[in-house]
Design a protein around this ligand. Structure first.
Ligand code: ATP
Ligand code: MG
Length: 461
């Protein structure tokens, strides 16, 4: 409803910015996180501007539950820190405040002039530092780009309008002001929300050059929201897809996971392929996938999406096992022909795969180790009744490995018997999610505790 109302207003007032008064949009305070509201009220009461921005405003306007609530303000990081005891400053390039609550962390940023988002590996806690440097940044620092136009440095505070223009897509640049509960649009986001379009703010070639990760974000948002990527933004994305590897490997892996764990993995994958991004990121896998005519990729993405739709989380290692499982298995089989134990073959396959992706995707070592555990356990689980099953159940990768088997059972029904056996063995209700680890512990500890109790019984006798 609201978007239509907004659209009418745009037609009446074609010039930007547009301010939509409270009575003409659908965002009510009851839809906003109480913690976010409290933060904005306190900033306002202390004389600062405060707005909700980004994905939350976009989602609220289309009646979608926001994933998180980001706030922007004209208070500097140290002013924010002084106002909130639960505040931690993060980020080297541009300081952001993270306000910690029991079950939520809310990001509060100072209006910024222009630039790329801080990279995940850049975040560092500033706890213990007396005065954050960020306040020294109220200066005329320069926006630094490399020769190719990629943003390297940006530490400028800015106005609310500048803050909107530095964002990635028009629909992500809307803000909701706590001063009068109005929605403000500096960049044409309301119209694109109405047209269901993902459009870069400004020239798409320039914006994707500045930060190639925006191409992955365009794909994810388009798939998640069922919006279309606007024509010239899509053209730029296709033409520039090879440049995706210019982004930092740690950030790329982060975004890659977000794409496939977004709940719209299948659509994300289709767009990645169509836009040339999958080929640019994973050329060997992409070729193998085309040649093998393997439809497991589709099956795997359906499985991931349907599991997430039921509210069950998927760990990064389980995703990797499910998505790359057949690919890795084909490599493992290749090594098996040249001898070596199953474990050696898995290790060879895994290290080849990591080499293949390492140039542009940095998978954290602990995720690699957990993926390895799934692949190794898969073989042991398949053997029934299995040697020392209690040892297997208590291994940290057991839940993921069994879930992996569940996925494999979609195309191999003989595995259902194996899964049922392990489910029975491990206990009713186990294995659907995280609680499995909690339940696994007692297998070991109960015995120890009994032994201790027995010993103390004996001593007291
Ligand atoms: P989600 O629903 O996944 O949270 P989101 O749009 O809120 O989607 P976030 O990663 O939470 O995405 O980012 C918050 C906001 O920060 C975005 O809406 C956008 O305005 C801005 N932003 C994020 N990444 C970039 C980027 N690479 N370049 C420019 N602006 C960005
Ligand atoms: Mg968000």
């Amino acid at each position: 409803m609201s978007v239509l109302v907004c659209y009418e207003i745009i037609i009446m007032q074609p010039t930007l910015p547009i301010l939509i008064k409270r009575a003409s949009h659908n965002i009510s305070r009851s839809m906003i996180s109480p913690n976010a509201l409290r933060i904005m009220y306190r900033l306002r009461d202390n004389g600062f501007k405060a707005c909700l921005v980004g994905g939350s405003v976009r989602d609220l306007l289309i009646d979608r539950a926001p994933k998180d609530f980001d706030i922007v303000t004209d208070a500097t990081p140290s002013e924010i820190k002084r106002l909130f005891r639960n505040c931690r400053l993060v980020g080297r390039r541009f300081r952001l405040a993270h306000l910690h609550f029991k079950d939520e962390v809310i990001e509060v940023a100072t209006f910024r002039a222009s630039g790329a988002e801080p990279e995940p590996d850049e975040f560092e806690s500033d706890e213990g530092e007396s005065e954050p440097e960020a306040d020294n940044d109220r200066h005329n620092g320069r926006l630094l780009k490399n020769e190719g136009g990629m943003l390297l440095r940006d530490n400028l505070f800015g106005t609310p309008e500048e803050d909107a223009w530095r964002r990635d897509f028009t629909v992500n640049a809307l803000s909701y002001s706590i001063a009068d509960f109005s929605v403000i649009d500096y960049v044409g986001g309301l119209e694109d929300l109405d047209l269901r379009l993902i459009r870069t703010i400004g020239d798409p070639w320039e914006r994707f050059t500045e930060d190639p990760v925006r191409m992955l974000r365009a794909v994810r948002l388009s798939a998640q929201l069922r919006f279309t990527i606007e024509k010239s933004s899509w053209k730029a994305l296709v033409e520039m897809s090879v440049r995706i590897t210019h982004a930092s490997p740690a950030r790329l892996f982060d975004e890659f996971l977000k794409l496939f764990l977004s709940g719209s993995a299948k659509e994300c994958c289709r767009l990645l392929k169509e836009g040339g991004l999958l080929k640019a990121l994973l050329p060997v896998f992409d070729e193998w996938h085309d040649e093998s005519g393997d439809d497991t990729a589709d099956l795997s993405l359906d499985w991931i999406d349907s599991r997430l739709a039921t509210g069950v989380a998927i760990s990064p290692q389980l995703f990797l096992a499910v998505f790359f499982g057949n690919y890795l298995a084909s490599r493992t089989e290749g090594f098996a022909a040249h001898s070596g134990s199953f474990q050696d073959c898995v290790d060879h396959a895994l290290s080849g795969f990591l080499k293949e992706v390492s140039g542009f995707m940095q998978i954290p070592q602990r995720t690699v180790m957990r993926l390895r555990e799934i692949l190794l356990l898969e073989e042991r689980l398949a053997k029934l009744p299995g040697r020392r099953p209690q040892n297997i159940v208590s291994r940290p990768g057991f839940t993921d490995a069994l879930n992996y088997l569940r996925f494999r059972a979609v195309s191999d029904s003989s595995l259902e018997k194996v899964i049922a056996w392990w489910e029975r063995y491990a206990g009713d209700g186990l294995l659907q999610g995280e609680q499995s680890n909690v339940r696994q512990e007692p297998v070991k500890t109960r015995r120890r505790r009994n032994r201790r109790r027995n010993r103390s019984n004996r001593e007291s006798l």
